[in-house]
Design a protein around this ligand. Sequence first.
Ligand code: ATR
Length: 273
Amino acid sequence: MNRYAVFGQPVSHSLSPHIHAAFGRQTGIALEYTAIECAPEAFADAVAAFAAQGGQGSNVTLPHKQAAADLCSELSERAQRAGAVNTLARRGDGWFGDNTDGAGLVRDLTGRHGLDLRARRTLLIGAGGAARGVAPSLLDAGIGDLYIVNRDSKKADALADLLGEPGRAHARYFEDLRDLGNFELIVNATSAARGSGLPSLPMSLVDSRTACVDLSYGEAAIPFLAWARAAGAHRSVDGLGMLVEQAAESFTLWHGVRPDTDPVYAELHARHA
Ligand code: ATR
């Protein structure tokens, strides 16, 4: 049986084993997909042990996405641009690293939620692994200017530089947010709700055309999406659809078959909305 896994810390709450099992049943592909919890210092050894046991591919989540990029012998162009990997695929003796988060987000927003992203003036909050994963795909999807804010402003600068589009991607300080006017798309890519709380955001960022997206789902998405609704956002979207779509992108890379995401999303949405 082909072995797959997701590496993270914490990872016990991950829905990925459930999603990949559902895709496997739907497509008739036999696979085992487990969740492997490991600390950052144990990550490289854990991936090596997984490979030695016949592991064919894995997803990588918090906090290992940047470390995963360093393990790879080859990276997809989108993983290089993100500087972060969420998908590893065995190639010979090494790993090919890809990042399916951004494609998953764009597919969810444009397909499932029917949002036209083109020319949208966009604010990205956060510059960690999740933000790096989605920023290149948002630019490729044709958004307008992308403003990036992060608690550690050096990381916002570094991400803006990495994107290589100085005319479109701009780093700003949180303190500047009041002067930036409103945005047509605001993406919360921080892990703040899981830790010490959401940074304070001025409601002037939002107007009645704004779509607000949190890359997390369930309880972690509640504070930001509640803020978005209170500020009068047109749409508020959590990260559950992105999770299912990025999983489908990974599944397609590993198995060469694209699963139908709608039934899997519908089932999870009924359980987690
Ligand atoms: P992920 O893979 O989820 O992006 P990460 O790489 O650890 O995880 O990044 C977490 C992101 O959430 C970072 O942008 C982090 O800001 P810093 O780079 O300044 O640490 C952001 N973040 C976490 N807690 C936060 C908080 N309480 N307020 C604001 N930003 C926060």
